[in-house]
Design a binder for this molecule. Structure first.
Ligand SMILES: [Zn+2]
Length: 224
C-alpha cells in the first residue's frame, strides 16, 4: 500500500472540520492553508495528490493544468517566501513544498498516476508480481526482453524501444478509457502492461545512446 494514499473516509472526515490555528488559537478550516484571522501558514492537510494540486481525480490530467496548479501553489508556499517568518511557518512551508513536489511527480507520469489512482479507488496493484500476472502479458514481456538481449547494435535497440514506446502510447489511451468507463479490472490489467513497458524502455535506454530512439522512430515514420 502506498503510504501517501489517503483513504476516502479520511477525506470525507475532513470536510467542514475546524482546528485551532497554531499561532493565534483561532478556528481554522482544516483544509485552509492560511489562518483567516492572523494569516499564519498552517501545516499541510492529509489529502490525496489530486486534491493537493486542486485537480479533479482523473487519469486524463491536462498537463498544462497540472503545471499551472503546481507552479502557482509552489510560488505561494515555497520556503523562500517564509525565510524571514517564524520557525513553525518555515517548517510548514517546507512540508507543503515537499508534499507538492511528491504529488506533482506522481501525477505527471501516466504510469505512477494510474497506479496511484487505482490505489485511491481501492484497487491497488501493490503485490502484483510475476506469479499473479496475466500469462499473455508475461509472454509479451519475455519476448521483448529476449529481443533486447539479442539486439546486436544501437539501431536495433532503438527500433525495439520505439516499438515499445508506440505500444505504451496506445496502452495509456486504453487506461484512460478504462478509468473513464469505471472499468477498474481493465485499468489494472493495462496499467500492469504499462509498468512492464516502462521497465522495458528503461532497460532499452541503458543500452542505447541518447537520441537514438527518436531517430529510429522518425526513420520508422519515414519508411512506413
Ligand atoms: Zn491564526
Amino acid at each position: 500500500m502506498n503510504r501517501n494514499v489517503v483513504d476516502d473516509r479520511n477525506v470525507k472526515a475532513l470536510a467542514g472540520a475546524v482546528k485551532a490555528c497554531w499561532s493565534c488559537r483561532g478556528p481554522v478550516d482544516v483544509r485552509a492553508m492560511f489562518c483567516a484571522t492572523c494569516d499564519a501558514l498552517q501545516g499541510p492537510t492529509a489529502v490525496d495528490h489530486f486534491e493537493r494540486l486542486e485537480l479533479s481525480r482523473t487519469f486524463d490530467i491536462d498537463l498544462a493544468d497540472l503545471d499551472r496548479s503546481y507552479f502557482r501553489l509552489q510560488r505561494l508556499l515555497h520556503p523562500d517566501r517564509f525565510a524571514a517568518k517564524s520557525a513553525p511557518e518555515r517548517a510548514h512551508s517546507l512540508a507543503h513544498s515537499t508534499a507538492l513536489n511528491r504529488a506533482y511527480e506522481i501525477l505527471k507520469d501516466p504510469l505512477t498516476c494510474a497506479e496511484y489512482l487505482l490505489t485511491c479507488l481501492g484497487a491497488p496493484l501493490a503485490g502484483e508480481d510475476k506469479t499473479t500476472a496475466d500469462p499473455v502479458l508475461l509472454g509479451e514481456a519475455l519476448e521483448r526482453r529476449e529481443a533486447l538481449a539479442d539486439a546486436t547494435d544501437a539501431l536495433a535497440v532503438a527500433a525495439l524501444a520505439a516499438a515499445a514506446e508506440r505500444d505504451a502510447e496506445v496502452c495509456r489511451a486504453t487506461i484512460g478509457r478504462a478509468f473513464t468507463g469505471n472499468d477498474l479490472k481493465a485499468a489494472r490489467a493495462h496499467t500492469l502492461r504499462l509498468r512492464y513497458l516502462a521497465k522495458f524502455l528503461d532497460d532499452a535506454r541503458v543500452r542505447q545512446p541518447r537520441g537514438a530512439a527518436r531517430r529510429a522512430a522518425s526513420a520508422h515514420g519515414a519508411t512506413t
